[in-house]
Design a protein around this ligand. Sequence first.
Ligand code: Q0Z
Length: 318
Amino acid sequence: MTSSKDETVNCGLSRAPSEAVASLERVTTVAGLTLLARGKVRELYDLGDDLLMVASDRISTYDVVHPTPIPDKGKVLTGMSAFWFDLTNDLVDHHVLSYSDGVPEDVRGRAVRVRRLKMLPVECVVRGYITGSGWKDYQATGAVSGLELPAGLQESEQLPEPLYTPSTKAEVGHDEAIDFERTVELIGDRVLAERVRDVSIAVYQRVADHAREHGVILADTKLEFGLDPDGALVLGDEVCTPDSSRFWPADGYAPGRGQPSFDKQYVRDWAAGTGWDKTPPAPAIPDEVVARTRELYVEAYERLTGEPFEAWLERTRA
Ligand code: Q0Z
């Protein structure tokens, strides 16, 4: 999203993991692998020809990571992303190679071996509902990413059609909304920029339709693409996880107010209730809130994919 839920920290520009020891920060790395990049809750490793993307159990609310992990969160998000890569495979090729072969045993289930791509410098945000920074921009200007919207929209209202509202990857802080013409400049090829836009909308539509049939609204999502060595467009990163998207329960949805998120609302409500002012450090999460949040993640996996979470663990030999 434009609210940059998982900012990348380039290791060359930040502290190396071994130097983090003196700070309060806790950094775990996969034994024997070279860390290429770290997001707030994920890591990217060098596997030689390929890359390894590893999702942690860390959770952030209000853009701050809590010191307490949610067990299995990384596995749920990896499994959910795998399901969407598969569901959208006829629309666009993806970067996934394997969830088991070549994946170290200690991270199985929450890691994926992927093809190394040349990533495009654009965050491909698609919105089916007006919320978050899109709602803010609309209220201020009547437009989002240069697209004029009808007057009188309410917060969280479904848009007449899904909107492509790209952003740039900011080095630090929140991503910046850009219009389509800026993506043409950044990508350097109008036809490719059009395909990226059209595929983004098609992927959103496919996932949103599936989710809606399972009682879940996919309000918006952020996709990333890259080019393979032949110059073919490939869907990369993660697809429609709760960390890259907004999922709302369809039950109880009503425009005119913000909607509770499927996964994190429970932690957010608890965190806000503690009186925490939403500046770092985030508070430790009590056991009962951790347990309920884990349940909500697993329920989301099972509801959206239609299979027991155990099936994902078995398939990945986690
Ligand atoms: C993904 C990211 C993460 C931090 C680069 N297939 C690919 N080829 C080349 N680069 C990437 C990918 Cl997915 C790539 N990111 C985002 C993921 C931790 C940053 F797990 N950055």
